[in-house]
Design a protein. Sequence first.
Length: 206
Amino acid sequence: MTKSDFRTYCLSRLKESNRSTKSYRDARVRSRLKKVMKELAPERVLAFWPMGFEADIRETIHTLRRESQVYLPFMDGVSFKMVPLRYPLERKSFGIYEPRDSYTKYNLIDVAIVPVVGVDGLFRRIGFGKGMYDRFFPTLKKRPFTIFIQSCECKTTQNICDDYDVQGDLLITPRRVYGMRDSNVKRTTRRRRGRHIERSGRFFNF
């Protein structure tokens, strides 16, 4: 199976998923994400403003703004930059909502919340094939703790992604939270606010 084949399969699952249960599935994703974010307590977070088929995490984003600086992607050529979340948002290309542009360059975040179409055996991201996140992540000052979000679970144990594809630390789906301990790869640890976040399978009791 190729990455392209798996992307097509995941997109078909997403399109065929039961719309009547989406609100319930998204609520489960938000609940799990809320617990994870409370555990991590980040100062700076990159989130995303969901499109119709993606998990609706807007309620979580509103909550995060009380404790953290929240950024959203702002399309910039073939990639994007991150800008602070400010209302009102404007609808741009591909139906994506964005805050107003900022001329300040931001390149440091603690946590990235990233939508995914699929995830492979090395916990690498399969998106829509435009490569925007793959181009964006190398511009960051340091690699953030990366949380993948799915409204409809689609993952494989096969290693089908490229080395440049973004690698996650957690995958949150309506079914459960998957960590690096569930994949075929290990990561090292890092220190933040005087404590360690284990990239190779931090255990969340959810």
